[in-house]
Design a protein around this ligand. Structure first.
Ligand SMILES: *Cc1c(COP(=O)(O)O)cnc(C)c1O
Length: 385
């Protein structure tokens, strides 16, 4: 059968728009050229609204984790007390990075599949009763599909401590609202291969202006990820300290143009629609969702089948329908599958993935659900128009 294309629904990497691919295919330019300086300045500046930042966004060649490491090493020093909100595999990774650099990590463990409420953070800070250097949070916990209430968590952090508030926005920045100043976010990081519609390999670091002094005074040993070099290169020459990922930056500029053309507000509401279509569609065929509506992310949805195995459904979807989904990570391995719907994702993509899921569930669970999930999702979309 002609299913000549794989349909990528993993929560990173994500599909790339053709115009972004073409932008990345431009002839190479020297990175110490005027042309590159212009490209960098334009991209870093046009990324500001996407990150809700008043400062240009810094670009580092590396995967999302390099952005996490940059966020840690530039503010945390060995022995510092830090709080890390751990609601899944990526919160856990943030904690591990902090531990690798010798921080005294206080993990606020949240049940996987739930968001961290401001009250939980408040109680945790109060019972700790020590001076905290930084609070680390994950905006969208990709491993569970939870969106944490970053605005409220930032507020609690600043009310009760002098700590920096550092946010991993890797799997949602480019799809959700954010305002660094009014949400009290000091450092916000993202990666290229999630909602930003690019291949893997580019890390984004947005900082508030005040944090520059903290970064300058931070004594932690670092070299490639020393933000001082990136800030200095940018401010003095609109350049980068090391060879930048030129092609990916060409792509990032094209992504900014696409977001501007659609409008950030519309990008955000499109992701809300995608989320509702997926969730209502899956509810209509009684496939249990891991996360409750209020905590659910608009960029990724985790499904926890009760009458069949998550792995079997995932495998069938891949083999028969060329639909590629994400599996469960760590303690959720084999328990769930995850559908990514971020970045270059439209309502028709949701109908495609739901249609394939209906067929797979009908086959594996032996109940006739054909047309039910898609029908419900179409209803949700129609009401939106
Ligand atoms: C994907 C992801 C990362 C980074 O992963 P890399 O594999 O290093 O790109 C970090 N945090 C979150 C929330 C993610 O989804």
């Amino acid at each position: 059968m002609l299913l000549n294309q794989e349909f990528l629904f993993t929560p990173g990497p994500t599909p790339i728009p053709d115009r972004v691919t073409r932008a990345m295919n431009q002839p190479m330019i020297g990175h110490r050229s005027q042309a590159f300086s212009q490209l960098l300045e334009e991209t870093s500046t046009r990324l500001k609204p996407v990150f809700g930042s008043t400062e240009p966004v810094y670009l580092v060649a590396g995967s999302g984790t390099s952005a996490l490491e940059t966020a840690v090493t530039n503010v945390v020093t060995e022995g510092d007390d830090v709080i890390v909100i751990v609601a899944g595999a990526f919160g856990d990774r943030f904690a591990n990075v902090c531990e690798a650099y010798g921080a005294n990590v206080h993990r606020l463990d949240i049940e996987w599949g739930s968001a961290c409420t401001p009250d939980r953070l408040e109680d945790f800070i109060k019972q700790l009763n020590t001076e905290i250097k930084a609070v680390f949070a994950t905006y969208c916990e990709t491993s569970t599909g939870v969106l944490n209430p970053i605005k409220e968590l930032g507020k609690v952090t600043k009310q009760l401590t002098d700590a920096l508030f550092i946010v991993d926005g890797v799997s949602c920045i480019g799809a959700v609202p954010v305002d660094m100043k009014s949400w009290h976010i000091d450092v916000l990081v993202a990666g290229s291969q999630k909602a930003l519609m690019l291949p893997p390999g580019l890390a984004f670091i947005a900082i508030n202006d005040d944090v520059k002094t903290v970064i300058k005074n931070c004594r932690t040993k670092r070299f490639y990820f020393d933000l001082n070099s990136y800030i200095n290169s940018y401010e003095t020459q609109k350049s980068t300290p090391f060879t930048p990922a030129v092609s990916l930056i060409n792509g990032a500029l094209e992504v900014c143009k696409m977001i501007e053309e659609e409008g950030m507000e519309q990008v955000i509401s499109r992701h809300q629609l995608l989320k509702r279509m997926v969730r209502e569609g899956l509810k209509a065929i009684e496939l249990p969702l891991l996360v409750k509506d209020e905590d659910a992310s608009p960029t990724v949805t985790a499904v926890k089948p009760e009458n069949s195995s998550a792995n079997e459904l995932k495998k069938l979807l891949q083999q028969r329908y060329s639909i590629i989904l994400g599996g469960g990570q760590k303690k959720l391995k084999g328990e769930i599958f995850r559908i990514g719907h971020m970045g270059y994702s439209t309502p028709f993509d949701i109908l495609k993935v739901l249609g394939a899921i209906e067929m797979a569930v009908s086959q594996v669970e032996g109940r006739d659900v054909l047309g039910k999930a898609t029908g419900k999702a179409e209803e949700v979309w129609s009401h939106e128009l």
